[in-house]
Design a protein around this ligand. Structure first.
Ligand SMILES: [Zn+2]
Length: 500
């Protein structure tokens, strides 16, 4: 992969206006596929969930999954879209080994939902309105695994395997209109937009919304034009970016790459690009076809989808609260400051804290654990805190152990290490390793007396009002007890001794 020349980010933004467009594919979690009765299940044995319809044997006939249509309408409504009274499926013709039919059943000029919008807040606190052009139904393709190369890509591979279990899984593709005016915050806006979509489909319960499994994937379009120019620049489309961090990085990279080319008088090739997480760079994919290359035509084997007004209204009535409304409610319930709450959202930890609080932790201690120690460990391991091997219920358990005085902060961090290493729940680690703080006053008093014997003037100083003199004794006791003492209780006992 040739190394691209990049322009300094600030310099690129001085010269060019950034325009982005986002296409998000959401895999629905229906029990069965879009047009047949095969199971829709991640991780099953390859090519076990297939039938004549989803691998398109001659004579097989598809039928639309009612549940998938309802889920698609719910997504459209949650995005403030109009719902089409009649929507047709179309064949998008192209050949690829993961597409047994040689066409993808999709929607073209009659999408189920169109003209919506979504309020998206970026990390700085600024809010942008992203206009939604359409949300349409389609089916996923199969999954190709390229074996033998070291990149997992087709280049350099010895052979490829195809799994058609995913072929025909229902997808909703949500397409924005061009997004202007985000400037330097375009990368953050792209990531925040996808985060909001993920929150919505999760709240609706229509998708598992796990990005690492490809349930939510984003194609990010980026183009640049000179400030004040009318005409949009040529765009590139970075495909299937599947983490929020990668989306942000990929958009930033494309801005810097395109700016360097344009500043030298070069032209941008309209193409798809791939994001390489390891290299932190995009690379050229294939020239991007315009719609007419796909020879779309109406799918003759499927009748148009015509949702009744009653169905649409009942789905509208069942919508969950909007992400922005939910966030305001949670912030109020938890009593977080704007800054505290924004940290949580930007670290993508909202759901973790919801679940940790639901499991019994106080909101502030749930926040401290997730944005503090857990975020630090995750950062060191270069992953998201949510990916760590600890459940919100276990974090709640840890927080409760600290609040009840059973363990102190230092012991809690030690316990956390053992939980992450797979030794079991916090309580079982505490029990198995005997990590409880010593709450037995007689043991503490013995250690205090020993420390006082070495520092005989301390009690006198305390009696003279120099209470801070207790610090040296507390330190000695903590050391003697190997950290398993409650420092607050030690301090109380020292002061009691001084008062005797
Ligand atoms: Zn099937």
């Amino acid at each position: 992969m040739a190394k691209d020349e990049l322009m300094n980010y600030e310099k690129a933004l001085e010269q060019f206006e950034v325009v982005i467009g986002l296409e998000v594919h959401v895999e629905l979690n229906t029990k069965t596929k879009m047009f047949c009765g095969c199971r829709n299940e991640f991780g099953d044995e390859p090519n076990t969930n297939v039938c004549p319809i989803c691998i398109a044997l001659p004579g097989s006939l598809p039928a639309v999954n009612r549940r998938a249509v309802e889920s698609s309408i719910s997504i459209g409504l949650a995005l403030g879209c109009e719902i089409a009274p009649t929507g047709r499926f179309a064949r998008k013709n192209y050949f690829y080994p993961d597409l047994a039919k040689n066409f993808q059943t999709s929607q073209y000029d009659e999408p189920i939902a169109y003209e919506g919008q979504l309020e998206v807040e970026v990390p700085s606190g600024k809010t942008f309105t992203v206009l939604i052009e359409r949300a349409h139904m389609e089916e996923d393709a199969g999954k190709l695994t390229h074996v033998g190369g070291n990149t997992g890509r087709i280049q350099g591979a010895e052979y490829s395997l195809v799994d058609y279990n995913r072929a025909g899984v229902p997808l909703v593709e949500i397409v924005t209109k061009p997004v202007y005016g985000a400037g330097a915050e375009a990368p953050e806006l792209a990531a925040a937009y996808v985060r909001s979509i993920r929150e919505i489909v999760k709240a609706l319960g229509v998708s598992d919304a796990r990005m690492e499994r490809g349930n939510v994937r984003c194609d990010a379009n980026v183009s640049l034009r000179l400030h004040g120019a009318e005409k949009l620049g040529t765009r590139t489309e970075t495909k299937n970016v599947n983490s929020l961090r990668s989306i942000e990085r990929a958009v930033r990279y494309e801005i810097q790459r395109q700016a360097a080319i344009l500043a030298k008088g070069g032209t941008i090739t309209q193409e798809t690009r791939h994001w390489h997480e390891d290299k932190g760079a995009t690379s050229s994919g294939r020239p991007k076809s315009d719609a007419d290359d796909y020879r779309y035509f109406p799918e003759p084997d499927l009748v148009p989808v015509q949702p009744s007004k009653e169905l649409i209204e009942s789905l509208r009535a069942a919508l969950p609260e909007q992400p922005s409304v939910r966030r305001k409610r949670l912030q109020g319930e938890w009593g977080f400051s704007d800054l505290e709450f924004r940290d949580v959202v930007n670290a993508d930890l909202l759901d973790q804290i919801v679940e940790t609080v639901a499991a019994g932790a106080k909101p502030q201690s749930a926040r401290k654990w997730w944005t503090g120690e857990l975020a630090r460990i995750a950062n060191a391991e270069e992953k998201d805190a949510a990916e760590l091997a600890i459940t919100p219920a276990e974090v709640a358990e840890l927080a409760t152990l600290v609040e009840s005085g059973k363990i102190n902060d230092r012991l809690a961090r030690e316990v956390l290490g053992y939980v992450l290493a797979g030794e079991g729940s916090p309580s079982s680690v505490v029990a198995a390793r005997g990590l409880e703080v010593v709450s037995d006053d007689s043991a503490l008093l013995a250690a205090i007396d020993e420390a006082l014997a070495k520092q005989p003037d301390v009690l006198e100083k305390i009696r003279e009002g120099k209470v801070q003199a207790a610090g040296a004794v507390i330190g000695a006791v903590m050391q003697a007890m190997k950290g398993s003492a409650d420092a607050g209780r030690v301090r109380e006992l020292i002061l009691e001794r001084a008062a005797q």
